[in-house]
Design a protein around this ligand. Structure first.
Ligand code: ADP
Length: 395
């Protein structure tokens, strides 16, 4: 298990203090795979370095299997670091050693006999699907195979945690898929807790049980995939169920309809969409299985007078419908900030995390839309944001 408690890292610079990690708290349970995503500069690399204590956090704690690494003297820390396997974007294998010898190397350094190290390396290579390539040199292996040798090497010290820093960034998608399958397999087989830092949402979709969005050193959204997806208006939900971009210069009002098979039968949603009048066009759509549910998002466009009754009908059926124009997004962000502020005023200490979308929580409780029905007057590019009404009846 990985636990971060109020983890903070500041870098003093001549222009002042840079806060790279601003109080991260996170728990990744045993054998779970957790993704960390976030824009450049969010603090991802600093987090990886602080997790291994290659960089000492300014404050807070890093616990691996209950042991607080920040409290350990250097010698014990070196021992505990063996619980953490690392996989990087660039594998850095010894070119002059075979795959088998590369994996055996850390075992030899740890004092294992040549025979035992070789046998263990063979087992590890088998685990990553490279049993037949133990005698190959790195130059004779593809990028994906080299990365798998890197995973086998990381597993040599029998870690309980595997940290993967952009492990697939240099690989094409089919190789990435294979690599992620290997990571999933070793996690399941060995009960490994895995943290994957990635900029690819496809990685999160394929392999992660849960995900955190990091921005400016803070976790702005975090949770099991099913939960973050169901927060349809949130950044992570949008990133996990993305829609094709609207054509440049599009001026008609646009809305998004989001749903999950947890709440609706997909056939029913498709029937509702098919029954919309011809003046409402379905512009883009996506439907896929995430966290055991089929989740989807469609974007609709049309003139406000056609969209308005369509929105009302979809909402009446309990679907989450929201406008997606730039002006509307700004308004939603302002609303959200106001909600956070008023929550904080009402209940000091209970403010939502910055950036967290409070919409769904309100939707789930309430039922009726809480915002005025003003999309008609909002004009072409400014359709009104709406709250979804959650279906009260399960399919
Ligand atoms: P990411 O990996 O998400 O791109 P980083 O962890 O590299 O983000 O950086 C987070 C922030 O910390 C950035 O603003 C970066 O400029 C700053 N930072 C990282 N390392 C240092 C350092 N050694 N000295 C000063 N600032 C740093």
């Amino acid at each position: 298990m990985i636990e971060l408690l109020q983890l903070r890292k500041e870098f003093p610079t001549k222009h002042g203090t840079v806060t790279a990690l601003d109080g991260l708290t996170l728990e990744v349970p045993d054998a779970a795979i957790h993704g960390i995503v976030g824009p450049s500069g969010a603090g991802k690399s600093t987090l990886i370095r602080c997790l291994t204590l290659l960089e000492r956090p300014t404050a807070g704690a890093v616990r691996i299997d209950g042991v607080d690494l920040t409290a350990l003297p250097e010698r014990e820390l070196r021992q505990q670091r063996r619980r953490i396997g690392m996989v990087f974007q660039h594998v850095n294998l010894f070119d002059s050693r075979t795959a088998g010898a590369n994996v055996a190397y850390p075992l030899r350094v740890a004092g294992l006999s040549k025979t035992k190290a070789k046998a263990r390396a063979a087992e590890l290579l088998e685990m990553v699907g490279l049993a037949d390539r133990a005698g190959a040199y790195p130059a004779q292996l593809s990028g994906g195979q080299q990365q798998r040798v890197g995973i086998a090497r990381a597993l040599a010290s029998s870690p309980s945690v595997l940290l993967c820093d952009e492990p697939s960034s240099a690989l094409d998608w089919s190789t990435t898929r294979h690599l992620l399958e290997v990571i999933k397999n070793v996690s399941t087989t060995l009960g490994l807790t895995v943290l994957i830092i990635t900029h690819e949402m496809a990685v999160v979709r394929q392999v992660c049980d849960s995900v955190s969005l990091l921005a400016k050193g803070r976790i702005v959204q975090s949770g099991p995939i099913g939960e973050v997806v169901a927060d349809y208006g949130s950044q992570l939900s949008r990133d996990l169920i993305p829609l094709a971009a609207a054509p440049v210069g599009e001026t008609r009002a646009q809305v998004e309809v989001s749903f999950s098979s947890a709440d609706f039968s997909i056939q029913e949603v498709l029937r509702l969409l098919a029954d919309l009048p011809d003046q409402v066009a379905i512009e883009a759509g996506t439907l896929e299985t995430l966290a055991g549910h089929r989740v989807g998002r469609f974007s609709l466009h049309g003139q406000p007078e056609a969209l308005k009754p369509a929105i009302a009908r979809l909402r009446e059926a309990g679907l989450y419908v929201t406008a997606i124009s730039a002006a509307e997004k700004a308004e939603a962000a302002a609303d959200s900030a106001a909600e956070v502020r008023s929550e904080a005023e009402l209940e000091p200490g209970a403010a939502a995390q910055p950036g967290a979308d409070t919409q769904l929580g309100a939707d789930a409780e309430g039922g009726a839309p809480a915002t005025p029905e003003t999309e008609g007057e909002a004009g072409d590019q400014d359709a009104e944001r709406h709250r979804a009404t959650k279906a009260s009846e399960e399919e």
